[in-house]
Design a protein around this ligand. Structure first.
Ligand SMILES: Nc1ncnc2c1ncn2[C@@H]1O[C@H](COP(=O)(O)OP(=O)(O)OP(=O)(O)O)[C@@H](O)[C@H]1O
Ligand SMILES: [Mg+2]
Length: 468
């Protein structure tokens, strides 16, 4: 290379010197200020305009001072520390914001001998588009943070748990007492009995209320991802892991409450790890050997028959004993029929507010609801009422308006010609409602009996249409 371009290289060297001198002069002439410090970060040169801006009428009086004594916000010391330039930055000066560039100064051997700072404009006007973009991004970030925080706050308080019967009053007393303690809470009850509502309410009533409430549903996440979801993962901890790693629910819930829903579905290997966290108050992210302290109150919930899962070896007895400290059992709806009208009224009021019109239940409708077994509990009551209001515009609902919703398939069919699809659906509805009744309304057991995934069964139940 040197053979090919010897002349241009030597020339280049001279041009470089010239260019440097010219560049410095141009910056000096056009910039609002220039300051040079030595390796001690003491000012060795400052132009008059710049010194004046910081209250030094005579630049000579600023010489030899530590740069911060003259320019309080200066970052030249940082440039000396790192040896790296700060090419563009905003700096607050007494009466305005300056745009500044800071460069390290090195001798020909590359040794750091000082640093130079230019204040390029005294009007940040020219940067307005950049600044506007920055502040709009910052606003978006603030909104995102806020909505995340919102999502991690409790959605319900104890007032949202409707019910006045003795069992519910006792349950609320237990919940309040448990809220004040820090031990794990176990919520047991059939599907739709309000375990999630109660978990939120307990968090809201606890001293941790102003900290996050984070939920992890064991049944909703593939087994292979659960550990990383729970404890986090360091970068590249497993194939397909995020490059930056993953923050686990334990970290997100730090200081607050972690709601472990469907705990009966937790894989045994993970049960061991959860048990360790409960005992030692410590955990490690996947692929990391750094031990992190856990400050999290656990609320676990399940509708699965834990005793049977333990007997079958699917749930660890030792974990059960750890969780079973403050246990609250939620009664099924059929065991608290006294609250049925209260619940129905409150739901119909809410549905009215959402645009479905004001309705009431006739005594015959109440009688019918009281006879029903409610395998899906309060959730099912809500679904039935919602569908009744959508299908019927009478202000007062009679038993006959509800029967087809409660007992689909049992109504005599008036339309003689059913399609194959309709018949199959009617058959399936019958099959499922029989299975649910056989299992005393216990959906997970019914799902097992039918050989369906629980989520699939829920979806099918939610999709049931009245057979008219
Ligand atoms: N006591 C109650 N007062 C008011 N609404 C309730 C009550 N219990 C349950 N609900 C309502 O019923 C629905 C189901 O409640 P929730 O999700 O808490 O049940 P769950 O016990 O967690 O059920 P699953 O075991 O199926 O997860 C929700 O819409 C909830 O608002
Ligand atoms: Mg739930």
């Amino acid at each position: 290379m040197t053979d090919v371009f010897p002349a241009s290289l030597t020339d280049g060297h001279n041009e470089r010197q010239l260019a440097l001198q010219s560049l410095f002069r141009t910056l000096e002439d056009n910039s609002e200020g220039t300051v040079i410090v030595d390796e001690q970060c003491k000012i060795v040169w400052i132009n008059a305009r710049y010194a004046d801006r910081f209250g030094f009428k005579d630049p000579a009086t600023a010489m030899g001072k530590a740069v911060e004594e003259v320019i309080p916000q200066s970052q030249l010391r940082e440039v000396l520390r790192t040896g790296q330039p700060i090419l563009l930055d905003l700096m607050e000066a007494p009466d305005r914001t300056l745009v500044v560039t800071r460069l390290p100064l090195k001798d020909p051997q590359g040794k750091l001998i000082g640093a130079i700072g230019f204040a390029l404009f005294d009007e940040i006007q020219s940067l307005a588009p950049l600044v506007a973009k920055f502040s709009s991004l910052q606003k978006e970030l603030a909104v995102a943070h806020e909505s995340l925080a919102q999502a991690r706050r409790a959605k319900y308080s104890l007032g949202h748990f409707i019910g006045e019967c003795d069992a519910v009053q006792e349950l609320k007393r237990q919940a309040l007492r448990a809220a004040q303690r820090d031990a794990p809470i176990l919520l047991l009850g059939e599907t739709g009995t309000g375990k999630e509502v109660l978990a939120h309410a307990i968090h809201a009533a606890s001293p941790r209320a102003h900290k996050p409430l984070v939920t992890l549903n064991m049944a909703a996440i593939p087994e292979t991802l659960l550990e990383a979801e729970l404890f986090g993962a360091s970068a590249g901890a497993y194939t397909g892991a995020d490059k930056k790693g993953r923050i686990g629910k334990f970290q997100l819930a730090h200081g607050g409450t972690l709601f472990l829903d469907e705990i009966g579905d937790m894989p045994p290997a993970l049960q061991v790890k959860l048990l360790r966290v409960l005992q030692d108050k410590e955990f490690e992210a996947l692929g990391s050997n750094q031990i992190q302290r856990s400050d999290v109150r656990i609320i676990a919930a399940t509708s699965a028959p834990l005793a049977r899962l333990i007997a079958e070896g699917q749930f660890r007895a030792d974990l059960f004993y750890r969780l079973n400290v403050l246990t609250i059992e939620l009664p099924p709806l059929r065991a608290r029929l006294a609250d049925l009208t209260l619940l129905a009224d409150s739901m119909m009021n809410k549905l009215a507010a959402s645009g479905l019109g004001q309705h009431r239940l006739a005594p015959s409708a109440i009688a019918l609801l009281t006879q029903y077994s409610w395998p899906g509990n309060v959730r099912e009551l809500h679904n039935i009422l919602e569908r009744a209001l959508m299908l019927c515009d009478k202000a007062i609902l009679e038993a006959e308006d509800l029967t087809p919703l409660l007992y689909p398939g049992t109504q005599p069919s008036h339309s003689s010609a059913k399609t194959h699809a309709e018949s199959m659906q009617a058959f399936e509805q019958q099959l499922i409602s029989d299975a649910i009744k056989n299992c005393n309304g216990h959906i997970p057991t019914a799902a097992r009996q039918l050989g369906l995934a629980r989520a699939t069964l829920y979806k099918k139940i939610a999709g049931f249409k009245p057979d008219k």
